[in-house]
Design a protein around this ligand. Structure first.
Ligand code: ADP
Ligand code: ADP
Ligand code: MG
Length: 471
């Protein structure tokens, strides 16, 4: 088993990994840059090291991180999500230095971390993919003729994109001409690669993804699916496991497809295969070769500790479970509480958290790195807390979500919490019928009052005073 793990990440996921290490008797080493000096992952890890003043550079420096792992006597690195997690060079550097990379082999990251390479592998493995490019686009002319072939609307996507960025829908040749250079420049800026490809746009699909686990002994299992259709601008807001809108046949079909996809590329460790569903059709979209933000809800319905399994697999152990051991129970929802102002086009709202009171009670889990007095730095992702609820049935899970969002107090910054309560109240959401078009179709859900609902006592008192004074 591993003895000491360096965590090449920050925020809630770094804390999540520290927790897994602590439970497994593994020492953890945190890294941080100066704006994160007072961050929770720094306090919670067994050791922590500063990687300089620049907010980002340290987290993105493969050589420095691997060297630090060697110097501090670590035997492995956990990359978390984002940052270097899908960087094949980083994984290669670990391999070269005898540091175990907690993830798949670098050659598999090359194959699946790159969206067009992944499409090629899936085509070979007979996994259905969205109609579109063979490889990257050479130029606008190729994009235009391919779009004619597959039919509008189409999507132009950054090959090494992630986090919902570098994706544009084009409804006509004119739009394609406009968007093509924009995606290239966005891809270059955000991902350091100008490569883009084209796919048919599936109009208002459901986003269904399957969590898989694969060990180094050839065993691959899936932990059922998550429904991440509640998105804004291709970014997930609320995630649900299992999907309330799959038939048992569809569930088995996507589960098997994901296992087949993983087997086809010799996948090892935890990964997610993302699909788009429309009617009865299923298309492979991409594979994320890392732990995902929403792994929490799968943990809640299956009881499997995914980060622990990642560490065990990396240490060369066999999976703790066979497919038939995996059962799911109830429904789990995750709310990504972002430091953003929904009423102001979701503008980031960084600053000091003047007061934080965690929600709790039955079926509630919080993964976060914030605390009262913590100042959210403006350099990183705006997600500041993941609120996860679980209940035996769908309606109870929604009601628990409402209650837990009500429970939570997070003052000093604007967040998406109240907006999520509006979504939970919507009859389409409650009935379990929604797709990726839900958020754009319901702008009215943004018209809520920022004031907290007055309590029943306060309302009765106000009415009594009004009656008494003759208002
Ligand atoms: P998930 O796929 O786990 O649902 P997201 O797509 O929301 O996660 O991304 C999680 C974090 O990782 C975000 O901060 C996002 O910007 C970052 N990220 C994801 N993919 C990439 C990538 N290819 N390059 C850089 N950052 C990425
Ligand atoms: P990222 O790496 O940023 O997660 P994805 O390829 O997973 O990018 O796409 C993110 C989201 O964009 C999807 O969940 C979906 O809502 C939307 N999307 C991507 N490709 C398509 C498509 N071909 N048709 C319709 N929607 C798409
Ligand atoms: Mg994705």
């Amino acid at each position: 088993m591993l003895k000491k793990v360096l965590i090449a990440n920050r925020g809630e996921i770094a804390v999540r990994i520290v927790r897994a290490c602590a439970e497994m008797g593994i020492r953890s080493v945190a890294i941080y840059t100066e704006p994160d000096r007072y961050a929770l992952h720094v306090k919670r890890a067994d050791e922590s090291f500063s990687l300089g003043d620049d907010p980002l550079a340290g987290y993105l420096d493969p050589l420095r991180i691997v060297n630090l792992a060697v110097e501090t006597g670590c035997d492995a690195i956990h990359p978390g999500y984002g940052f270097l997690s899908e960087n094949a060079e980083f994984a290669r550097l670990c391999e070269k230095n005898n540091i175990t990379f907690i993830g798949p082999k670098s050659t598999v990251i090359d194959k699946m971390g790159d969206k067009t390479a992944a499409r090629d592998s899936m085509r070979e493995a007979d996994v259905p993919i969205t109609p579109g490019s063979d490889g990257n686009l050479a130029d606008l002319d190729e994009a235009l003729s391919l779009a004619e072939e597959v039919g509008y609307p189409v999507m132009i996507k950054a090959t090494s994109g992630g986090g919902g960025r570098g994706i544009r829908r084009c409804d006509s040749a004119e739009e394609l001409r406009q968007q093509y250079p924009r995606v290239i420049s966005e891809a270059t800026k955000a991902f350091g690669s100008a490569e883009v490809f084209l796919e048919k746009c599936i109009v208002n699909p459901r986003h269904i993804e399957v969590q898989i686990l694969a060990d180094t002994h050839g065993n691959v299992i899936h932990l059922y699916e998550r429904d991440c259709s509640i998105q804004r601008r291709n970014q997930k807001l609320i995630e649900i496991a299992p999907s309330p809108q799959l038939t048992p046949e569809q569930r088995d079909y996507v589960g098997d497809l994901a296992v087949r996809a993983a087997q086809a590329v010799g996948y090892e460790n935890a990964g997610t295969v993302e699909f788009l569903l429309t009617g009865n059709e299923v298309y492979f979209m991409e594979m994320n070769t890392r732990v995902q933000v929403e792994h929490t809800i799968t943990e809640q319905i299956t009881g499997v500790d995914i980060v622990r399994e990642q560490i065990r697999i990396a240490a060369g152990e066999k999976l703790s479970y066979r497919q038939q051991d995996i059962q799911y129970r109830g429904f789990a929802l995750q709310f990504r509480i972002n430091a953003e102002d929904p009423k102001n086009d979701f503008l980031p709202s960084f600053g000091r958290i003047t007061h934080y009171y965690a929600p709790g009670g039955p079926g509630v889990r919080v993964d976060t790195a914030i605390y009262t007095g913590y100042e959210i730095p403006p350099y990183f992702d705006s997600m500041c807390l993941k609120l996860v609820v679980w209940a035996l049935d769908w309606e109870d899970a929604i009601n628990r979500g409402q209650r837990a969002l009500d429970d939570m107090r997070l003052h000093g910054i604007k967040t998406t919490a109240t907006y999520y309560q509006q979504i939970l109240n919507h009859p389409d959401f409650r009935s379990g019928h929604f797709d990726t078009g839900f958020v754009p179709a319901h702008p009215e859900l943004l018209n809520y009052s920022d004031k907290r609902r007055p309590s029943a006592v306060a309302l009765a008192l106000a009415t009594a005073i009004a009656a008494h004074t003759g208002w």
